[in-house]
Design a binder for this molecule. Structure first.
Ligand code: HEC
Length: 88
């Protein structure tokens, strides 16, 4: 019984930590990647307007521009994840 509770606590703690890491990563990546060509005003204007599908398209379009920084698929997913869960 004791053992069972302990592993539940560990599992819940792990979920909280990974959700937090996901959010922090996405935000940091937006700050560092999306300010290369324009400020966050453009990004903020679209927050709460674009859904996840729209953000996927926009982020892919931004990162396909000739002078865009190289961003891996995983980072790109964190960026889209963070952007589509924010609200104004
Ligand atoms: C390589 C330069 C560059 C980078 C990096 C970049 N952008 Fe942009 N972005 C632009 C330019 C240029 C425009 C205006 C022309 C256009 O819409 O293509 C723009 C326009 C936008 C717009 C308004 C147009 C629309 O489709 O809604 C949004 C929102 C946006 N960017 C979000 C982002 C986000 C989020 C990131 C980070 C993943 C990002 N941008 C990174 C160059 C960039």
């Amino acid at each position: 019984m004791r053992r069972c509770c302990l592993s539940m606590v560990i599992a819940v703690a792990f979920c909280l930590v990974s959700a937090w890491a996901f959010a922090a990563d996405g935000e940091a990546l937006v700050q560092s990647t999306c300010t290369k060509c324009h400020d966050l005003g453009r990004v903020r204007a679209a927050i709460g307007v674009k859904d996840q599908a729209a953000w996927t398209t926009t982020v892919a379009r931004m990162l396909a521009k000739p002078n865009a920084p190289a961003v891996g698929a995983e980072e790109q997913a964190s960026i889209v994840g963070w952007l589509s869960t924010q609200s104004k």
